[in-house]
Design a protein around this ligand. Structure first.
Ligand SMILES: NC(=O)c1ccc[n+]([C@@H]2O[C@H](COP(=O)([O-])OP(=O)(O)OC[C@H]3O[C@@H](n4cnc5c(N)ncnc54)[C@H](OP(=O)(O)O)[C@@H]3O)[C@@H](O)[C@H]2O)c1
Length: 278
């Protein structure tokens, strides 16, 4: 069977306008096999119903080309409708969804339901939302690899896994997760954990970047004032500086735009170090 990447072509890097009139690209992480994952995505946890549709539509209009959803969020249908109505080519948007381990016994059916709701015939990344019971860890991973083999998910990965659990998957199957989606923010910075993922070639995707941060912190305020941006933008930019994929959520149009407006400034190495120790 033709690999889905070749069949569908590589997603074009997302471009959007900056205030200075220039064009910038959202940086991407190479997941291998020609799969490029935009480093800024739109998070959709706790957004339901029409709000999920409106927020995702706005995010796509604002230039996001990566959407993060999950079966558990109960908004795949609204995300799918927003994708369909956006007029964008499917190959130009990176779509992640997740399987909750309670569905470990019905992997194929869960994927079929996600694809139907998302109105697509493949997702770019399918994650195990959190680790199942130890005895199911490897069998569920084998099922994920099979779904990838069917071309229904271009890449497969995990979320909320420890390095030890990732090692168990690799030892049993020889196949690493492309991504581990874990809570991440300056206050959770852990150089050792980043290095452990890098050694294994597993991309780190951070979640709750803003929820996990005291946005009124003095250091953040000082750096934000220097660049004329908000503390939230400094936190999101910091993720990019240290190579962590970031997926901020907002239901407010102005914040959705602001959270992607990260390319008119960059942080100095000293500022990154200060934020690492926030
Ligand atoms: N794998 C997992 O287990 C897991 C767990 C949690 C989250 N996630 C994923 O990660 C995504 C992000 O995490 P999250 O939803 O927990 O939280 P988040 O993105 O860190 O923060 C969202 C909160 O920050 C506010 N906010 C957004 N932009 C802001 C800005 N520019 N300035 C000030 N406040 C701002 C939002 O309020 P408004 O909406 O009112 O703007 C909301 O209250 C989720 O949506 C989900 O896709 C995954």
């Amino acid at each position: 069977m033709a690999h889905p990447d070749r069949a569908r072509g590589r997603a074009a890097p997302a471009r959007h306008h900056c205030d200075n009139g220039g064009m910038t690209e959202i940086p991407e992480v190479d997941l291998g096999n020609g799969i490029a994952m935009p480093m800024v995505g739109f998070g959709t946890w706790q957004i339901r119903g029409e709000l999920a549709y409106e927020a995702t539509r706005h995010a796509l209009q604002a230039g996001y080309r990566h959407i993060d959803t999950a079966t558990m969020y109960r908004n795949e249908d609204q995300v799918g409708r927003a994708l369909a109505d956006s007029g964008l080519d499917r190959a130009d948007v990176f779509v992640t969804t997740k399987l909750q381990p309670g569905n470990a016994g019905r992997v194929q059916a869960t994927m079929a339901e996600s694809l139907k709701a998302l109105r697509t015939d493949y997702v770019d990344l399918w994650l195990v939302h959190w680790p199942p019971r130890a005895r199911n860890l490897v069998p569920l991973w084998r099922d994920f690899l099979a779904v990838r083999g069917q071309g229904l998910a271009r890449a497969v990965g995990v979320s909320n896994y420890s390095v030890r659990q990732i090692d168990e998957l690799i030892a049993a199957t020889g196949q690493k997760p492309a991504v581990n989606q874990i809570p991440w923010s300056p206050s959770r910075y852990d150089a050792g954990l980043l290095a452990a993922h890098a050694e294994r070639g597993v991309a780190v995707e951070g979640y709750s970047p803003l929820n996990g941060t005291r946005l009124r912190d003095h250091t953040l305020a000082e750096i934000a004032a220097k660049y004329g941006v908000t503390p939230a933008q400094v936190v999101l930019r910091w993720h990019l500086e240290i190579g962590v994929i970031v997926i901020p959520k907002s239901v407010r149009p102005e914040r959705i735009e602001q959270n992607l407006d990260l390319f008119t400034f960059s942080l100095t190495p000293e500022e990154v170090t200060r934020l690492n120790h926030l």
